[in-house]
Design a protein around this ligand. Structure first.
Ligand code: GLN
Length: 490
């Protein structure tokens, strides 16, 4: 018999509509699954079982009255248990960003993305682990310890939304919210064998997302397949007066089957197959591209010539913006304070003690890059090169509809592998950073497994605001293949 937790989001929504199950039952199933698996996986930083059961009860009432009169449309996410990355505020629930500096902080408001899902009837199970302030590619930078990859517990789940990816892969929730500043939705989705959507910059409100790199930050979602991502995306997206960078463009109602693969032009950038990458990653990605070709797509090799500059450019812009955004954490306004002899000592001790080393490294890098005399040479120059990277995409999208490429050079690496080598960790991001610098959307999904049984991901990248094409094209692939149905045995 299929366990409730084995259902995907759309199947669970169907089961709720037909009365085969209730939201309270789904929520209890997820909580039991968390209880059984999360000691090993460590995906959650905080659980909200009381809130979840209360939301599930209201959802059940809403579903019941929908069944009686059916005049008001029932959102697909109504009654569905979700997890939320711990960089998104949830009113009165501890929100730490994986940092000691926010230990015990309970925000007085809820992020718009989360609020919209709650209004649509979703159930929030808790907050998931993240690299501190979303800075990292493995979730090892969390002050609360690493999350473990459900496919192999001694491997990282990717990062920084590693808790969300692991929770979805281990079937502790039906979907989860993550954020992607430089790859943090797509790369953990790839490492954990789930589907992850990075939205276009400006598509989803950042209100209530604790800022890391404000010109790069996007809210995204992770689920078991593209069809499950769609209802979450359409509810979260769209204008929000509380975020001045959130676009007014209408969010299209995505009809998943409405894509003509025959003649769809897919570009494969030659710069995304580099020396030293895992051979199995390249093989699986090329095979997946072959599947699109067999479905009628026209595949061609393209060039994104400034790809190799994405790592240095991103690691100037992101720390620069972070150094400004994180100035507010000083022990005075939020979280705990380390008492000092005078005000300056208090600031220095609080920030020196409660920020982790990666966060401090980035604050120092960013402060330096922004300092008088160096601003033009570093930050200004990086912004100019960023424009070239954006232009690469614009030019490519004159010739192709979508870009297909690997998400990361390797599959999930062992916990501790990059230990004290931040540069090695930064290089993990080569294939994900360009989309953030250009502001375009990307979707990562499983296209195979390596010889250790670890998932391999591929990403599709689309022009700005073309999330619909990503969801449709991924759905077309997932309708003819079964990689996304594999589950870790936990
Ligand atoms: N790994 C990148 C970084 O550390 C991206 C993280 C993210 O997308 N939040 O900045």
């Amino acid at each position: 018999m299929t366990e409730l937790s084995d259902l995907n989001l759309l199947e669970a929504a169907q089961a709720l509509r037909s009365g085969m199950t209730t939201s309270q039952e789904l929520t209890e199933t997820c909580l039991a699954r968390i209880e059984a698996c999360d000691d090993a996986v460590q995906a959650f930083l905080a659980l909200t079982p009381d809130l979840a059961m209360q939301q599930a009860k209201s959802a059940d009432e809403r579903i019941l009255s929908w069944r009686k009169k059916s005049d008001e449309p029932l959102p697909l996410v109504c009654g569905i248990p979700l997890a939320v990355k711990d960089v998104l505020c949830l009113q009165d629930v501890p929100t730490t960003c994986g940092s000691r500096i926010l230990e015990g902080f309970r925000p007085p408001y809820t992020a718009t993305s989360v609020q919209r899902l709650i209004q649509a009837g979703s159930v929030i199970l808790g907050k998931t682990n993240t690299d501190e302030f979303a800075m990292g590619s493995s979730t090892e930078n969390s002050a609360y310890g690493p999350t473990h990859n459900p496919w192999k517990l001694e491997r990282v789940p990717g990062g920084s939304s590693g808790g969300s990816a692991a929770a979805v892969a281990a079937r502790m929730c039906f979907a989860a919210l993550g954020t992607d500043t430089g790859g943090s939705v797509r790369q953990p989705a790839s490492f954990c064998g789930v589907s992850g959507l990075k939205t276009s910059y400006g598509r989803v409100s950042r209100y209530g997302l604790i800022a890391y790199g404000s010109s790069l930050d996007t809210v995204g979602c992770l689920a078991r397949n593209a069809a499950d991502l769609q209802p979450i995306f359409t509810i979260m997206a769209g204008h929000d007066p509380l975020d001045s960078t959130c676009l007014v463009d209408p969010v299209p109602q995505v009809s998943l089957d409405q894509i003509e693969l025959r003649g769809l032009r897919i570009g494969v950038p030659r710069e995304y197959f580099i020396e030293g990458m895992q051979t199995e990653v390249e093989t699986s990605v090329r095979e997946a591209v072959g599947v699109y070709e067999s479905l009628g797509a026209v595949v061609s090799e393209i060039s994104l010539p400034h790809t190799d500059l994405a790592v240095p450019v991103y690691y100037l812009i992101a720390p620069a913006e972070a150094s400004a955004n994180l100035a507010r954490f000083d022990g005075i306004r939020f979280g705990p304070r380390i008492e000092g002899a005078d005000l300056l000592a208090e600031y220095l001790d609080t920030r020196g003690t409660l920020f982790g080393s990666e966060v401090k490294r980035r604050i120092m890098l960013g402060t330096y890059a922004l300092s008088a005399g160096y601003y033009d040479a570093y930050y200004g120059q990086a912004q100019k090169v960023r424009t070239l990277i954006k232009a690469d995409f614009e030019e490519a999208f004159q010739k192709v509809d979508l870009i297909a490429c690997p998400v990361a050079p390797t599959t999930a690496f062992p916990i501790g592998q990059h230990g004290d080598d931040p540069l090695a960790m930064y290089l993990e991001d080569v294939f994900t950073l360009p989309a953030n610098l250009a502001g375009v959307p990307g979707l990562s999904f499983p296209v195979g497994y390596d010889s250790d049984g670890l998932p391999i991901g591929m990403q599709l990248i689309a022009p700005h605001l073309a999330e619909a094409s990503l969801l449709q094209a991924t759905h077309a692939y997932q309708s003819t293949t079964a990689w996304h149905k594999e589950q870790p045995s936990l």
